[in-house]
Every structure is written in structure tokens, then in C-alpha cells.
Design a protein around this ligand. Structure first.
Ligand code: A2P
Length: 310
């Protein structure tokens, strides 16, 4: 099993990292520090997780020098206007207390109206965040500038489908290095993963454990449990191994020291076990997506019909 991937920029990115979404501010500092101490070299953050300052404090507390780490963060929807892009990054860099990012992602192919503080303005009748019709390419051009200025080493996207990637690839000067999307055996997105592989875009699997473990979720699937037991591993280790073995980067979130250590111990699955996991979705009526903000935003964000503007 591999421990790193190469980005289309030539940079090396760890195959594995720590996710920080829904990590509470009073927990995430210690989680990040612990993870780095036990060998994590990649931390995945985002402006909207409202914990970047603690993530930064955890990085500092680990005592590991910045240049030994790979740090990713994401531009929030309210900073899509070209003049806002550097401001979104600046706030992230200040909070993470770092002079640069290794990777900066456009969090969603959707812009929201900024109230001046980074929060979105709500529509008075619907209560939903107001959409700002900023074309993705305008935001991307401003992100390309951040690379030129050396503030970020690579740029990428998140939650992009094939249609939106194709549109971006047609006009991008700097090609996206990464597309970070929800991926696990209940939502394998084979077509998207294949497309990205052919285009030289690394895919990062978020929520590789199914986001909120519980009965009926992928972490408790009988096939996953059986493979774990037979290999003397945990279900989480099986899912992380599957993600990395199919060539996608995995960034499971945990704030628990034992689970943080456990998740780092991914391993090589046999061909048969790998195939069984890859086929899991085929016997289910439909893929299961755990993360979908479409309802909050009043747009069908994953649909091909959503053109990224309005
Ligand atoms: P916790 O932080 O308490 O460990 P995802 O990355 O798929 O979104 O999943 C994160 C969820 O899985 C969190 O609720 C996290 O909780 C939990 N989790 C992380 N690692 C493990 C593990 N090894 N076994 C079981 N649950 C885990």
C-alpha cells in the first residue's frame, strides 16, 4: 500500500491525513497535536469549520516544523468574488498561523453573498443563504494568482462533478491538483474517480468512514465487518485501506486519540477483499450520500443542471 501520491504540480502529498470537520474547538487542538506526534503529516482544514485557530495551535503544539507538514484548507463560498479570494485566504493563514498552504481548495462550486464578515446573507422569505452569481472561473483565476504569489503551493476544488470539472479544465491556466469529494463503498463514484485519474487530478475521499457512524452505515456493513475480523483489523482501517488502494487520498476525522492512532494503520487488502468492497454498492438500491447541503442552500448542488452560477 502506498503512503503518498504525486500531484500534477510535482509535489508529494501524503496518502492519508486528519479531517477536522465537526471537530469541536475545545477538542481539535489536542487531536491535531496528537495526530502529528504519532505520525500524521497532513491536516485538512477549512475556513467554515470554525476551528482553524485551534488547528493552528495544535500544529504548533506538535513541535513538528511547518515544512515537514502538508496543510490543506478551503475557500468558503462567501469569498468567491475575485477581490474577496485573497481575504478568505488571509483569514485562514492568520488562524492557522502559517505563511502558506500546501493546497487550497474551492470548497463548493457555489458562491454566497458575504455579509462583510464571511457569513452569508440570508434571503428574507426563504431563510436560505443568498446566492452570489460569481462564475467559478472568476474565482479560479483569483486562486491561480495566489499560486503566482507563492501564498499557496497548489490549488484544487471540492465537491465538483464531471460536468463542472470539464468546464473548469477548458479554461483553467493552472489545472486543479485535487478534487475532494465524499467517497466510501456506499458512494464509490467510480466514473468521477476514473475521470479525475485520466485528467491527472488526485481525488481526496472525505467522510471515508461514512461521516456519522451508526447502525446501517458503511462502517457497520457486514462485509466490512467480516473483512476486518478476518484480517485482525478494525472496520475503519478496512475502509481507509480501500480508499487508498483505489488511488484516492483518505482524510478520516477523529478527535479520539486511540482512533486517531488506529486510523493511521491502514494496510494492503487482498484483491478479493478489495473487490468485495468495490462491489458493495452494486447490491444496494442506490448510493448513500451522507453530506448534502442542497436543502440548506436551495440548489441541487450535485446535479449536472446546477451550472455554478444561479
Ligand atoms: P470521533 O472523532 O469520535 O473518532 P468521517 O471522516 O467519515 O466523516 O468520519 C468521522 C466519524 O467517524 C466521526 O464521528 C469520528 O468520531 C468517527 N471515527 C473516526 N475514526 C473512527 C474509528 N477508527 N472507528 C470508529 N469511528 C471512528
Amino acid at each position: 500500500i502506498v503512503h503518498s501520491f504525486k500531484l500534477n504540480t510535482g509535489a508529494v502529498i501524503p496518502a492519508f491525513g486528519l479531517g477536522t470537520w465537526r471537530s469541536k474547538p475545545n477538542e481539535v487542538r489536542d487531536a491535531v497535536a496528537h495526530a502529528i506526534k504519532v505520525g500524521y503529516t497532513h491536516i485538512d482544514a477549512a475556513w467554515v469549520y470554525e476551528n482553524e485557530d485551534e488547528v493552528g495551535a495544535g500544529i504548533k503544539a506538535s513541535g513538528v516544523p511547518r515544512e515537514k507538514l502538508f496543510i490543506t484548507s478551503k475557500l468558503w463560498n462567501t469569498f468567491h468574488r475575485p477581490e474577496q479570494v485573497p481575504l478568505g485566504l488571509k483569514d485562514t493563514l492568520t488562524k492557522l498561523d502559517t505563511p502558506y498552504l500546501d493546497l487550497y481548495l474551492m470548497h463548493w462550486p457555489l458562491a454566497h453573498v458575504n455579509d462583510g464578515t464571511g457569513n452569508s446573507v440570508k434571503d428574507e422569505t426563504t431563510g436560505k443563504s443568498k446566492i452570489d452569481p460569481v462564475p467559478v472561473i472568476d474565482t479560479w483565476r483569483a486562486m491561480e494568482k495566489l499560486v503566482d504569489e507563492g501564498k499557496v503551493k497548489a490549488i484544487g476544488v471540492s465537491n465538483f462533478n464531471i460536468t463542472k470539472l470539464k468546464a473548469l479544465l477548458e479554461v483553467a491556466r493552472i489545472r486543479p491538483a485535487v478534487n475532494q469529494v465524499e467517497l466510501h463503498p456506499y458512494l464509490p463514484q467510480d466514473e468521477l474517480v476514473d475521470f479525475c485519474r485520466k485528467e491527472g487530478i488526485l481525488v481526496t475521499a472525505y467522510s471515508p468512514l461514512g461521516s456519522t457512524p451508526g447502525p446501517g452505515t458503511v462502517l457497520n456493513d457486514p462485509v466490512v465487518l467480516e473483512i476486518a475480523e478476518r484480517n485482525g483489523k478494525t472496520p475503519a482501517q478496512v475502509l481507509i485501506s480501500w480508499a487508498i488502494q483505489r488511488g484516492t487520498q483518505a482524510i478520516p476525522k477523529s478527535v479520539n486519540p486511540t482512533r486517531i492512532e488506529q486510523n493511521l494503520q491502514y494496510f494492503a487488502l487482498s484483491d478479493a477483499d478489495f473487490k468485495a468492497l468495490s462491489d458493495l454498492n452494486k447490491s444496494r438500491p442506490a448510493p448513500t450520500r451522507y453530506v448534502d447541503p442542497s436543502g440548506w442552500w436551495g440548489v441541487d448542488i450535485y446535479s449536472d443542471k446546477w451550472d455554478g452560477v444561479a
